[in-house]
Design a protein around this ligand. Structure first.
Ligand SMILES: CC(=O)SCCNC(=O)CCNC(=O)[C@H](O)C(C)(C)COP(=O)(O)OP(=O)(O)OC[C@H]1O[C@@H](n2cnc3c(N)ncnc32)[C@H](O)[C@@H]1OP(=O)(O)O
Ligand SMILES: N[C@@H](CCO)C(=O)O
Length: 358
């Protein structure tokens, strides 16, 4: 991955009222910005993702994929993805050194929100001299960022694609996150000032989260009982442990904690009068995608978005994988986007013809 860095060297205000004395964002770009700078695709990543969309979303981003930086005949896109503020893949987060103390922030990393993340992304956008985003897309926490961005800067994004996300964190989602934070708190190392504090707790937290990212049928299909005689050693049990261990290899409990709080505080209506008022400000053509089997962000939340965003279409993916379906179901997702974009292009042509006739 060809990581680049944006260092913002000024005091950065957060929604909480606290300030960061500057920050760093790690990001990648793929493809070439065209002459009129009209081919920008900005991919916003989810909870534990990173700046390399071609890695964690390889079925959507890359040569020959829907978002193709090398498409022939000048159709290649300029694809940007940045590791969010608060994460641990090169951007400023809880393991970063606090310049005022010379030590890692750890428990003292300030509370941040989706809006703070987007304000940081927008400073990177300005640094890259991008005035228009042709398409901004994200799933889950990435979808929340895309949504916030379209509200904060209504003339910036032409086409907005929000997958498996909501206007506001549901009590159900917050409850899942609180249970996971309780697991981290129960780890006896959690209050220690070291980068690997709380990892056993985070392992349990990830196992809990998996239950919300998948569902009854996913486990039934992929982790079926071996036989009727079994008394222990179940596949689904070892799967849970393995998923926890896998996250421990690449993440840390401070970042997990911080980002779970970010999820909780997501509410597009905050300080905007109401959620409906906030959604009503979106000017982008919008495609909202729900996943029928999503337990964490059920389709009713995306249907709500599509009902209240002025120019929105709604599509639904039928997936075995629940919420994580947005990271797996590339073909239906790409087909939906292709169809929607073709519809938008047809409407544009029709309008142009009508204008010429007048
Ligand atoms: C720097 C980085 O690595 S960033 C990583 C990128 N990740 C992200 O961006 C976050 C988003 N991605 C994800 O959340 C996930 O990767 C997903 C949702 C896309 C796919 O999830 P996966 O865990 O790969 O898929 P799945 O649930 O099928 O599990 C497969 C893994 O579980 C293992 N497994 C399956 N069943 C069992 C079992 N019964 N017992 C133990 N292990 C099991 C498989 O061997 C496989 O292991 P592997 O990942 O080492 O190959
Ligand atoms: N599986 C996703 C979380 C669900 O959005 C991740 O780890 O980022």
């Amino acid at each position: 991955m060809n990581l680049q860095y944006f260092d913002y060297k000024y005091s950065f205000g957060l929604e909480s009222g606290e300030r960061l004395p500057g920050f760093r964002l790690a990001y990648t770009t793929r493809g070439t910005l065209n002459e009129d700078r009209s081919n920008v695709v900005w991919v916003c990543h989810a909870l534990t993702g990173n700046a390399d969309a071609g890695d964690w979303w390889g079925g959507m981003v890359g040569p020959g994929k829907y978002f193709d930086p090398e498409a022939p005949a000048g159709a290649g896109q300029f694809i940007v993805c940045a590791n969010v503020l608060g994460s641990c893949y090169g951007s400023t987060g809880p393991l970063s050194v606090n310049p005022t103390t010379g030590k890692p922030y750890h428990h003292d990393f300030p509370m941040i929100t989706i809006r703070d993340m987007v304000n940081a992304l927008d400073l990177l956008r300005q640094e890259l001299d991008i005035e228009k985003i042709h398409t901004c897309i994200g799933g889950s926490v990435g979808g929340e960022q895309a949504l916030e961005w379209a509200i904060l800067h209504p003339n910036l994004i032409e086409n907005l694609i929000v997958i498996a996300a909501s206007a506001v964190a549901s009590p159900w989602c917050i409850a899942f996150n609180e249970a996971q934070r309780m697991a981290i708190e129960a780890d006896p190392t959690w209050r220690e000032q070291r980068d690997d504090a709380g990892l056993a707790g985070m392992k349990a937290a990830r196992a809990m989260a998996m239950i919300s990212y998948r569902n009854y049928d996913t486990y039934g299909f992929t982790q079926a009982l071996d036989n009727n005689e079994q008394l222990d050693g179940y596949k689904s049990a070892s799967y849970q442990r393995y998923q926890g261990e896998k996250l421990v290899e690449r993440f840390n409990a401070f970042t997990y904690w911080t980002l779970s709080k970010v999820m909780d505080s997501h509410n597009v209506g905050r300080n905007r009068g109401s959620i409906l008022n906030a959604l009503g400000q979106i000017k982008a053509h919008t495609l909202v995608v729900g996943i029928r089997s999503d337990l964490l962000f059920p389709p009713v939340e995306q249907q709500f978005l599509a009902r209240h965003i002025p120019d929105a279409a709604y599509e639904e993916i039928d997936s075995l994988y629940g919420h994580d379906g947005f990271l797996i179901e590339f073909r239906p997702l790409a087909n939906m986007i292709r169809k929607w974009m073709a519809g938008l292009a047809a409407v544009k042509v029709k309008k142009e013809v009508e204008t010429v006739k007048k």
